[in-house]
Design a binder for this molecule. Structure first.
Ligand SMILES: C[S@@+](CC[C@H](N)C(=O)[O-])C[C@H]1O[C@@H](n2cnc3c(N)ncnc32)[C@H](O)[C@@H]1O
Length: 215
């Protein structure tokens, strides 16, 4: 199924996504189609994206939406569960994961406030499946002060990501930096307009090539 076509022809609940996000979703989520996948979306809006994920991932998927707005509870249906709470409430997030198990995909489309994104990432990334995907969208807010953002402002999630690039490469930093749990559990980071994606994966200590040029 083509996600973009599904979006264009959607006549069910309203979906609130920017056009250029769709190729990113397809690139990072397609390997989970028709699998027993657990997707946690922060921010339910009008409920349309939850239904879109259900159509995209197929009959074995379990979609969990969390939102601060109690009215979102009405979006629950077969394969879709909703829990009400704030994305910066670590106890709430833990209780959701305790109830539904380890997510394979986490998509942050919640308040887009920097401290909220940070709190969710700190609580949820360590509990994401070891080959899972964590996607934060609408990160244009990282440059807007009403969302606690600003260019190179400390605390913006984009600034955190710049530091995480160093952690990803910590094996090569000699004595300047020790590998962290993030180093050990992260395969790659991907940057797009307004989106950052983290792909988890097995960590191997990288070695210089044994054949050919010596770097
Ligand atoms: C942009 S909408 C989500 C749109 C939806 N994912 C879609 O694509 O159709 C953002 C949602 O985040 C919710 N939200 C705002 N602050 C929140 C918080 N602190 N914790 C959880 N959800 C929050 C809002 O109630 C709103 O439903």
């Amino acid at each position: 199924m083509n996600l973009w076509q599904d979006f264009l022809t959607n006549d069910q609940r309203l979906i609130h996504k920017w056009k250029h996000y769709f190729p990113v979703y397809e690139d990072h989520f397609s390997r989970f189609v028709n699998r027993d996948v657990v997707l946690l979306e922060i921010g339910c809006g009008k409920g349309g994206s939850l239904q879109m994920w259900k159509r995209f991932f197929g009959p074995h998927a379990r979609i969990i939406g969390i939102d601060i707005n109690p009215e979102c509870a009405a979006y629950a249906e077969d394969q879709i569960d909703i829990r009400i709470g704030s994305q910066d409430d670590v106890k709430f997030l833990d209780s959701v994961l305790d109830e539904f198990g380890t997510p394979d995909i986490i998509l942050d489309d919640g308040s887009h406030v920097m401290s909220h994104i940070q709190a969710s990432f700190a609580a949820l990334y360590p509990r994401l499946e070891r080959n899972g995907v964590y996607l934060v969208e609408d990160l244009h807010t990282a440059y807007w002060d009403e969302f606690e953002g600003g260019l190179r402002r400390q605390g913006s999630f984009i600034e955190t990501c710049k530091d995480l690039i160093d952690e990803l490469n910590a094996d090569h930093a000699r004595d300047a930096m020790k590998p962290t749990e993030f180093t050990r559990s992260t395969h790659s980071m991907h940057f797009y307009d307004s989106i950052v994606v983290f792909e988890k994966g097995r960590h191997t200590v990288k070695q210089a090539p044994q054949i050919g040029h010596d770097y």
